[in-house]
Design a protein around this ligand. Structure first.
Ligand code: ZN
Length: 441
């Protein structure tokens, strides 16, 4: 009897040593078994003729809890954005609104070809976000935002140190390694100054003991970075180094304003930067000098940040923007399409310590695969063309037809297969109205 899954007759951008391969990808028991595959019968066959087959996109900075806030906090300065909108909305969340927010975010991510996400959630209910990720089928590393210390001007009630640590321990025992390793806990102090040195020390210890990724915000806003640099801890990256957090397990969102000493430290310690160009532009934070980071040997991943600041969670939109944004300063050859493709796939996998499992289409790796159509007018003609160019400069979420995560077919012919999308959208409308009621809007 035929079994397994065959993605047939595509242009496969393996992201591995094989480069671009014409043909099929055969998947069985969650793994890539053969590429290019000989003709096989399979229980599921996806026709990829006229399509690209690419490794699932890895986004290394998202807030699923903010998907319900889409369009509620536009055109604001980051400090005002946090204080006036984001903190009150996050604090008004309950279990039902977190579930609706996470489901909507994950549905959007999967429909756009993101198969792995590093998510920083609010201070509570991360178990509910894990539950949504388990059901919908995305690969995720999630953690509650840890805040036991208040940064002046961005007050939000966090949790006491002991309560935050107890929650983290419970999440690790309940969710780390769940769904066959598809889910895991990310230790996520919100920023260098949002957690006490004691909590940072506990986080570093837990991450080392359980092999967890760490996730935080670094040097996003220039004025904020300079103001914080004047306090006793110095600049963000120096503070992180003093906490013992700066190393290969750490993913730092934004990194817009690293000075020369910070860049050298990041490179020497092997920490990772997640570039979030939409968020950085919309909040007027600035443009992270990513071509310089790459030239220095720093690993850079890509992320959209939350829907409260970037409005969409589209990996392909973010890739296009990342490719275009740096050219006026670094020249037209900077951030070429294959470089951006690598950031969105292998770069993300490396940042999460998952290079041996995801980030490229290779035999023995997890089957996290995306089919992107080049059939539309905006991608034609394709004859003699460059598939990386089409993917980065021309394709969008509307071209994602099929998505496979860990061998499971989660998006088919542009439709979410793991849960009812209309139910998710209804739930999001209902919970957003209730959430706005709780904040008096
Ligand atoms: Zn963020």
């Amino acid at each position: 009897m035929a079994d397994g899954l065959l993605i047939a007759d595509g242009t496969v951008l393996t992201g591995g040593p094989a480069g671009v391969v014409l043909g099929s990808v055969y998947v069985k028991d969650g793994l890539v078994v053969e590429v290019p595959s000989r003709r096989r019968r399979a229980s599921t066959v996806i026709d990829a003729s006229g399509c690209l087959v690419v490794p699932g996109f890895v986004q290394c900075h998202v807030h699923l809890c903010q998907t319900l806030f889409r369009g509620l906090a536009d055109d604001m300065d980051v400090v005002e954005w946090l204080r006036e909108r984001i903190w009150p909305l996050e604090q008004a969340h309950n279990e039902a609104s977190i579930r609706a927010s996470a489901e909507l975010g994950i549905a959007e991510l999967l429909l756009g070809g993101t198969t792995t996400v590093l998510g920083m959630e609010t201070t509570r209910y991360t178990d509910v976000a894990f539950d949504a990720a388990a059901a919908l089928g995305i690969r995720a590393r999630l953690g509650p935002a840890l805040m036991d210390r208040l940064e002046p001007g961005t007050e939000m009630v966090g949790r006491g140190t002991d309560e935050a640590i107890a929650d983290l321990h419970a999440l690790i025992s309940d969710w780390n390694g769940a769904a066959g390793g598809r889910l895991g806990v990310a230790v996520s102090p919100r920023g260098p100054r949002n957690a006490t040195p004691e909590l940072w020390a506990e986080c570093v210890g837990l991450a080392a003991r359980h092999g967890l990724v760490m996730h935080t915000h670094v040097n996003e806003n220039r004025e904020q970075a300079e103001r914080l640099a004047r306090d006793g801890d110095g600049r963000d990256v120096h503070a992180l180094d003093r906490y013992g957090a700066l190393g290969p397990a750490l993913v730092m969102a934004h990194g817009v304003w690293l000075d020369a000493t910070e860049r050298a430290l990041v490179r020497d310690r092997g920490a990772h930067i997640c570039h979030c160009p939409s968020s950085n532009l919309k909040l007027a934070s600035g443009v992270a000098p990513v071509p310089e980071y790459l030239a220095a040997g720093i690993n850079v991943a890509l992320g959209t940040d939350g829907a409260a600041c970037s409005n969409t969670l589209s990996a392909l939109d973010e890739m296009r923007l990342a490719a275009l944004l740096h050219k006026p300063t670094a020249g037209p050859a900077a951030m070429a399409a294959p470089v951006v493709f690598a950031m969105a796939t292998r770069g993300g996998a490396r940042a999460l310590g998952l290079s041996d499992r995801i980030g490229s289409i290779e035999v023995g790796k997890a089957a996290d695969l995306v089919v992107v159509s080049r059939r539309g007018a905006h991608c034609r003609p394709t004859a003699g063309g460059d598939p990386y160019s089409d993917l980065v400069y021309a394709c969008g979420d509307r071209d994602v037809t099929d998505v496979v995560v860990d061998g499971r077919h989660v998006v088919g012919d542009g439709h979410l297969l793991t849960q009812s999308l209309p139910d998710i959208l209804d739930g999001a409308e209902r919970e957003r109205r209730a959430l706005l009621g709780r904040v008096g809007r």
